[in-house]
Design a protein. Structure first.
Length: 376
């Protein structure tokens, strides 16, 4: 059996090595490393896949979130409604801009922000909602957009973990997550479903004016070279990463299918165990399984994590400390938020290996070790 990894990027690379190597060599031969046709072509192809009018590439997913807030004109003292049960970057960018994060609960089943809790948190200072499509499952975007429209709020989707997820509205229409709110943001960190061999990110919008602002902000605030209209950043996707991502984009749907197949295997193995809750799936969200996350009850989660490690099975806890309990948000009153569901989840979730290269032998071994511990 091949050694187990949370994400097997090496084996995936070897399957597309010829395509990737040729694309990278073409960039090296061109000597156009920043900007150029390779980057613009990838952005166009990704926008088409995503169903978005505009795709603006950038340096990483964190930059994408920060620049989205800047482009929407959010200012110090404004409030954004955001889940605490997320990776720190989602909230960190608000704090960097001195925007107050208002933490709300997530849905216990989907792990995504609870629309009912959003309503309760809206004040006269609220300017935006930042739903996170956690682990690959979509937040309830239909309800969120209704709330946003009713209160004239912006919606910034953190789609770093759910690229390729098809969200279905009650009228039967479908959109990709990240293409529903005013701006969608994603990451190309190597472990992502569409991962680079370095860092990278992108922003999506169907608004021409917002797209122009995002492009300016990502390039030092300039609309024309050396003419700087707004305060901006230096955040760009380099041509080597764009070339690699353009190759991998062609395989993204098959990568998602492989993840779903691996999730199906786990689901069947754990479905009847009363101590394990398998990931929730609903008709509105076509889960893309960036993570396969179990919810445990009556099991020492941390002891299981160690037991698996001792037996050569990697696992991860996403996330052991919610954002509102992080010291970095003390000045924003983070500890004042009472979020019992979020705290409950952080003590019970554990994520198992899931990626495009998992085989049945590996999964059988993973399952056997999880059940060995849980059933003892």
């Amino acid at each position: 059996m091949r050694p187990l990894q949370m994400v097997d990027t090496k084996t995936q690379y070897h399957k597309i090595k010829t395509e990737v190597d040729a694309a990278v060599l073409n960039v090296l031969e061109s000597s156009v490393f920043i900007g150029g046709k390779v980057v613009s072509t990838f952005a166009e192809n990704l926008a088409k896949y995503h169903g978005s009018k505009h795709c603006i590439t950038c340096g990483n997913g964190t930059d994408a979130l920060q620049m989205a807030m800047m482009a929407l004109g959010l200012k110090p003292g404004d409030e954004v409604i955001i889940p605490s049960f997320t990776y720190i970057a989602t909230v960190e960018v608000a704090a960097l801009l001195n925007i107050k994060p208002v933490f709300v609960e997530v849905d216990k089943k989907t792990f995504c922000i609870d629309p009912a809790e959003i309503e309760k948190a809206i004040t006269s200072k609220t300017k935006a909602i930042v739903p996170v499509h956690l682990y690959g499952h979509a937040a309830n975007m239909e309800a969120i957009m209704k709330i946003a429209d009713a209160h004239s709020l912006f919606v910034i989707e953190d789609n770093a973990q759910a690229i390729g997820n098809d969200y279905t509205f009650s009228d039967g229409t479908t959109k990709k997550t990240g293409n529903i709110g005013h701006i969608g943001c994603t990451s190309f960190y190597p472990s992502k479903n569409l991962g680079a061999y370095g860092d990278g990110g992108a922003m999506f919008t169907n608004d021409d004016e917002l797209a122009a602002k995002l492009r300016m902000i990502a390039s030092h605030g300039q609309s024309k070279r050396y003419y700087h209209d707004v305060v901006g950043c230096n955040s760009r996707l380099d041509a080597v990463q764009a070339a690699i991502l353009d190759i991998k984009l062609k395989h993204l749907d098959e990568y998602i299918a492989a993840r779903r197949a691996a999730a199906d295997f786990y689901d069947k193995a754990f479905a009847d165990n009363k101590k394990i809750t398998i990931p929730f799936r609903d008709a509105a969200s076509k889960h893309v399984f960036h993570q396969y996350t179990l919810l445990l009850e009556g099991v020492d989660r941390d002891a299981l994590h160690q037991f698996l490690a001792d037996n050569g099975v990697p696992s991860m806890i996403y996330y052991p400390v919610p954002a509102h309990r992080q010291k970095m948000f003390d000045s924003f009153g983070g500890s004042n938020f009472i979020l019992p569901i979020t705290d409950w989840l952080t003590e019970r979730v554990i994520s198992l290996p899931i990626h495009t290269e998992l085989d049945e032998e590996q999964q059988q071994f993973i399952v056997s070790k999880v059940l060995e511990f849980v059933n003892k």
